[in-house]
Design a protein around this ligand. Structure first.
Ligand code: ARG
Length: 583
């Protein structure tokens, strides 16, 4: 496609006398495929050529049509025919040449279609997941986790040096409360068995008891101060809470195959807050307000950013400012991306505005990638109405539903294999759902939708992959041999409507990767995968593949299936969804 575009641009550039690049910049896509593959609007040429655009289009057609008669001209091997419609020149590509070009590119890219080294030498920090110590890892953190991983993968695929960060919530006055609560009501056995459950229990108990006994709040404040000062007893408890929570989080990360390069939590940056205070006051940005210290952001249309509370302690925002400074110093990042929910838009706007005031070079390198909330259709988690739903519960439920489907469709399969397939399908289906719609939209989970094998779902994509795999598995050795040899003349046979539609979707996959990456919107890639899978299945149902008329045609169609398989697998992997070979 790229090549074919160049050849057309060259012909136009020769005919008009403007540069090839200027021609390329004007190219558009006709609104309908029946109107051609590439459109060239002539409006802008009217001035230079002193002719009406419609006239330019028709003159160019006459000129270029002559070249189509010359069989040795690369232009005639690229273009089937040209139509002048109003001020537009519409080009219809030669289907055989197009098929050859797409298959060649697919073979060259192998299992990394659309990969590039565009980002070489640039470091991108993607901060995601970031659950809070001693608190449930809930479905909202799941959103950040899966979206963040997909964004990290997108950047990595384009050659960026990606640093996966997890900004653990491991600091703050709530740890004073936990320490007090633990000393009174903590149960070591329970902590070992289900750490976060036990820590949540005592935390809730603290709040209940503090209603009756308000002195507890003071005690907690003191405990936190001692923790800040590094007192041994408090530090030891805090370490334990952190360790046991992390162990639980790590089980989940292991399950979904996500690994971080950097797990520095808020406590790590808390140590650097004195520098934040110093820098801000040196720049005269720190203002006194009711005993507290703030940065005024009125000129940016934002409310003031609190830096120090009136007792001199730092807050969440102070630690985030410290983190940006530290990350820039250590990684000199090209992008510092925060995958955090919509409710924190104001928080990040404040942080970024403070960075700008501090004189950070290119502050727009900091990006907040916001996302919506997760809701459940009636009955999905009805027994726990009003409660927090844990990510693991959601994954378990997805796997259980997937298991029922797998069991039904493969009665003979052994347990271990059912487990493995169900885990992949169930987890994949949940991840897909997090990524498939625009990220700022809320998600409504219902198992019928999420696991619909015909719907816009992971199972549909996964099923399409297995279809490609099984075609290749069942192919006649003679056909396979010819497929491996690859010949342009075979690829040139893929001129049918349905084959061409599949080829066009394959071509658009790399574009979708760029769009998804630059908009931090994996759904743009997912949508493309879905359209590719739909096009392939239409082709699969309409066209004999293994039973094609002759070996050459069978090999060509199989090569198409292989290209689809590679594209779908690459996209699924970027989405963090593991393909299965059968289901
Ligand atoms: N721990 C926070 C939460 O659960 C998210 C942290 C987001 N990242 C940050 N750098 N502030 O809401």
């Amino acid at each position: 496609m790229i090549n074919m575009k160049d050849i057309i641009a060259k012909a136009l550039s020769e005919a008009i006398g403007i540069s090839q690049g200027d021609v390329q910049a004007l190219f558009t896509q006709p609104p309908q495929p029946t109107m051609g593959d590439i459109a060239f609007p002539c409006f802008q040429l009217a001035k230079t050529l002193r002719k009406a655009p419609v006239r330019i289009a028709s003159d160019l057609k006459v000129k270029l049509d002559l070249r189509l008669d010359d069989a040795s001209d690369p232009f005639s091997r690229t273009v089937e025919r040209i139509e002048a419609v109003g001020a537009y020149l519409n080009f219809f590509l030669r289907r055989d040449t197009f098929a050859v070009e797409v298959l060649r590119a697919s073979i060259a890219a192998c299992d990394r279609p659309g990969a590039s080294d565009e980002g070489a030498g640039k470091t991108v920090i993607v901060e995601y997941s970031s659950p809070n110590i001693a608190k449930p890892f809930h479905v909202g953190h799941g959103f950040s986790t899966f979206l963040g991983e997909a964004i990290a993968n997108l950047f990595e695929y384009s050659g960026f040096d990606v640093q996966r960060f997890n900004h653990l919530g491991d600091y703050g006055t709530q740890f004073g409360k936990l320490i007090v609560a633990w000393k009174r009501w903590g149960d070591m056995e329970a902590l070992k068995k289900a750490p976060i459950q036990e820590l949540t229990r005592i935390y809730i108990k603290f709040h209940d008891e503090a209603e009756i006994e308000p002195e507890l709040e003071d005690e907690a404040r003191h405990a936190f101060t001692r923790l800040e000062q590094g007192s041994e007893e408090e530090m030891k408890l805090w370490h334990t809470f952190r360790e046991v929570s992390l162990e639980e989080f790590n089980d989940t990360y292991e399950r979904v195959n996500i690994h971080f390069d950097n797990m520095n939590g808020e406590s790590f940056y808390a140590k650097m807050t004195p520098e934040v205070v110093r820098l801000l006051s040196e720049k005269g940005l720190l203002v006194e307000s009711e005993g507290a210290k703030i940065v005024d952001l009125e000129d940016q249309g934002l409310n003031p950013c609190l830096i120090l509370k009136n007792d001199g302690s730092t807050i969440y925002a102070t630690r985030d400012i410290a983190a940006v400074l530290y990350r820039d110093r250590m990684w000199n990042f090209y992008r510092n991306i925060y995958v955090v929910g919509i409710p924190q838009i104001n928080h990040f706007n404040q942080i970024f505005a403070v960075m700008e005031k501090l004189g950070m070079p290119d502050p727009e390198r900091n990006v907040h990638v916001a996302f919506g909330t997760v809701r459940f259709a009636d009955g999905v988690f009805s027994t726990r109405k009003g409660n927090i739903v844990l990510l693991d519960e959601l994954l378990d439920a997805g796997v259980a539903h997937a298991r029922a489907i797998v069991e039904e469709s493969h009665p003979g399969l052994d347990e271990a294999e059912i487990d493995e397939i169900a885990e992949k399908i169930g987890v994949g289906a949940v991840r897909y759902t997090y990524l498939a719609s625009g990220r700022e939209r809320d998600i409504l989970f219902s198992w019928e939708d999420v696991l619909d094998y015909e719907g816009d779902t992971a199972p549909y994509l996964l099923y399409t992959v297995t279809r490609c795999v099984s075609l290749l598995r069942k192919a006649d050795p003679v056909v396979l041999k010819r497929l491996v040899e690859y010949r342009d003349e075979d690829a040139a046979l893929l001129v049918g409507d349905d084959e061409q539609r599949v080829l066009k979707e394959i071509v658009r996959f790399p574009e979708s990767l760029d769009a998804a990456r630059t908009h931090y919107e994996p759904s743009m890639m997912i949508r493309r995968l879905m359209q590719l899978a739909r096009a392939f299945n239409t082709f699969y149902h309409s066209t004999p593949i293994l039973r094609a008329d002759d070996t050459a045609l069978a090999a060509a169609r199989l090569a198409l299936a292989q290209a689809v398989e590679r594209t779908l697998k690459a996209g699924l992997r970027i989405a963090g969804i593991e393909p299965v070979d059968r289901m």
